[in-house]
Design a protein. Structure first.
Length: 84
């Protein structure tokens, strides 16, 4: 489903809106759907993606959030290990 498919439905589309590093929790991703907002850790995103795909639902925002989380954690890991 494209974000441009129906301007009237933009409030109902879920979107990845942020990645946060919470002390004691690690990285969590924020997904927003209209006025509702939810936070997910890596395991929660993986479960959400699997569940939605099994039900034939859209998982694009969750996949985007997981990809961003992985990229940030990989970058931090490289910096801590002395890589470029």
């Amino acid at each position: 489903m494209s974000e441009y498919s129906d301007p009237a439905n933009t409030d109902l589309m879920e979107e990845f809106t942020g990645l946060f590093n919470l002390p004691g929790e690690g990285f969590v991703a924020q997904l927003r759907n209209g006025g509702q907002s939810s936070l997910y850790d890596r395991q929660g995103l993986q479960y959400l993606i699997l569940q939605r795909k099994q039900e034939g639902q859209d998982a694009e925002a969750a996949e985007q959030a997981l990809a961003r989380m992985n990229a940030v954690q990989n970058t931090i890991g490289l910096q801590l290990s002395g890589g470029s």
